[in-house]
Ligand binder design. Structure first.
Ligand code: UDP
Length: 237
């Protein structure tokens, strides 16, 4: 059976500080070209979750006095916008791609149905899970882990975009003595609150025996290497 993997990227990975754009078409095109190259052999089944942080985060609205659940729905809608941008770019690179939304929006995306998602993956289509899990009070890290378990993926890939290429003992941008882990246990990541994914997502992965590889998404060729099982970044297991 082909390897099945869920790739989580943050919404901010689609933005650009260079152009000040919420969604930078050049960056999205780069990501799509990386995805197309990495899935070229057909030996890999790729599902994705893209966050919405470049557009809206639920916590931001809550801080401003907004109802949290309402604010989280705005965040989930942001992930749909990002998913559609990625879908467009991935298809421009010659890969079939389906967006499946956890919130019903029939004119825009397919509803998330597990069996249908698995079928798309078996046919070699890239599947993007949009609108998180459809529930407020989560970030998109947890749906990435939960969907990975649901479609029986063997790995969660967390692609970073801020220049940090794995999990470090401390924030490498602030602490010059920080060192990178090649491998770190779930327990250590949780106990030391290492910046891997949200605690809820890490705990979920731990409970379900789902390893996470954290790697630099923006380095050309890195996605292909990570998907091929090479030891890029840090493996959390
Ligand atoms: N969100 C949610 N439920 C989910 C997934 C996401 O309520 O299952 C909301 C939440 O408000 C979150 C926002 O969508 O802040 C955007 O997702 P996230 O913060 O994970 O984006 P990222 O930081 O990865 O770009």
């Amino acid at each position: 059976m082909a390897r099945r993997v869920v790739l989580k990227i943050s919404g901010e990975a689609l933005a650009s500080s260079a152009s000040d754009q919420t969604i930078d078409a050049t960056v999205v095109d780069f990501l799509a070209s990386e995805i197309a190259a990495a899935t070229e052999s057909g030996e890999l089944q790729l599902a994705m979750v893209v966050g919405g942080g470049n557009i809206w985060r639920g916590a931001t609205g809550e801080l401003a006095g907004m109802d949290r659940a309402n604010s989280d729905i705005m965040g989930m809608l942001g992930t749909v916008i990002n998913s559609l941008a990625l879908q467009d770019a991935i298809e421009n690179h010659g890969r079939q791609c389906r967006v499946m939304s956890a919130l019903n929006m029939d004119q825009v995306a397919e509803p998330y149905i597990r069996r249908r998602a698995v079928r798309h993956l078996e046919k070699g289509r890239v599947v993007i899970f949009a609108a998180g899990m459809g529930n407020p009070y989560f970030t998109t890290d947890t749906p990435a882990a939960q969907r990975a378990a649901e479609v029986e993926a063997e790995l969660v890939l967390k692609g970073t975009h801020g220049g940090v290429d794995g999990v470090y003992t401390a924030d490498p941008k602030k602490d010059p003595n920080a060192t990178k882990y090649d491998v770190v246990s779930f327990d250590e990541a949780i106990q030391k609150e290492l910046r891997v994914m949200d605690l809820t997502a890490i705990t979920f992965c731990k409970d379900n025996g789902l390893p996470i590889r954290v790697f630099d998404l923006m380095a050309p060729g890195n996605l292909r290497r990570a998907l091929a099982g090479e030891a890029v970044g840090t493996l959390v297991r």
